[in-house]
Design a protein around this ligand. Sequence first.
Ligand SMILES: NC(=O)c1ccc[n+]([C@@H]2O[C@H](COP(=O)([O-])OP(=O)(O)OC[C@H]3O[C@@H](n4cnc5c(N)ncnc54)[C@H](O)[C@@H]3O)[C@@H](O)[C@H]2O)c1
Length: 299
Amino acid sequence: MSDVRYDDRVVVITGAGNGLGKTYALEMGRRGAKVVVNDLGGSAFGDGSDQAAADVVVDEITGAGGTAVANYDSVTDGDKIIQTALDTYGKVDVVINNAGILRDKTFHKMTDQDWDLIYDVHVRGAYKVTHAAWPHMREQNYGRVIFTASAAGIYGNFGQTNYSMAKLGLHGMSQTLALEGRNKNIFVNTIAPIAGSRLTETVMPQELVDALKPDFVMPLVLKLCDENSQETGGLFEVGAGWIGKVRWERTRGHAFSVSEGFTPEDINEVWDEIVDFTDADHPASIAEANKPVIKNLKA
Ligand SMILES: NC(=O)c1ccc[n+]([C@@H]2O[C@H](COP(=O)([O-])OP(=O)(O)OC[C@H]3O[C@@H](n4cnc5c(N)ncnc54)[C@H](O)[C@@H]3O)[C@@H](O)[C@H]2O)c1
């Protein structure tokens, strides 16, 4: 197996001033990438800004002999971040959508501002950055894109309605972009990481925060963004050195006769069959997913 190298690759990493994004930036820099280190430098809750966050990482990369430039825009101005890549290095090969904040509250206490801010940073931000990079990737017939989801989006997490919405939304975005990008050699994947960072230090004991090093997530991101990787449309859970892939699972279900019609009572009678995961199905495309529906219409 050849080494994973990023020589002459221009890599944009959002939220690269801290936590996970910083580890990606440092390692990509070590492996030859020209890195755009984006960070707004605000708090974990989305307040304020500080250029030092991105500057420190750029200094560390260049101090080690690498190549990097800082960008201080919010991901909601994603076009400006991509413009920094184009102005400085003339292209963009890799986009790692990583910037994130939290506004945790139980749903009955959540304000419109908590909802909108989480949507803006995670969903609209990732959209703006990726949308600005996409035409350049299509034109050069090459691109690698990462979205950062969360177990909170896949499984739900108490007090994180807004965050769960945003995080699973990103996986939805990623699945369609994987389809639209494939014939242009643009591969798109989503990770759901777990790592100690300022986002998790409020909800995890310090011991766990220290043990769950962002460095244990980083190698998967570098593997997925490698020019030799063929993986696209995947969703990976990753943390503490463990990596697994997630897919949809669906029960065989029950088919009623549409010509005869059926009632809620009929559904009650076969409910156990509808929710029974024995011999479950794993549809991997919308065509596969629609098969039993079409079959039942024709029956
Ligand atoms: N740490 C975990 O266990 C975990 C779990 C699931 C998902 N995630 C996701 O991983 C990503 C990285 O999180 P982290 O744990 O490293 O947190 P972190 O707070 O250490 O890093 C996030 C960075 O994003 C930056 N940022 C925030 N809003 C921004 C904006 N509008 N524009 C540009 N930069 C902005 C912050 O300044 C910060 O440097 C986030 O998307 C987070 O939701 C983390």
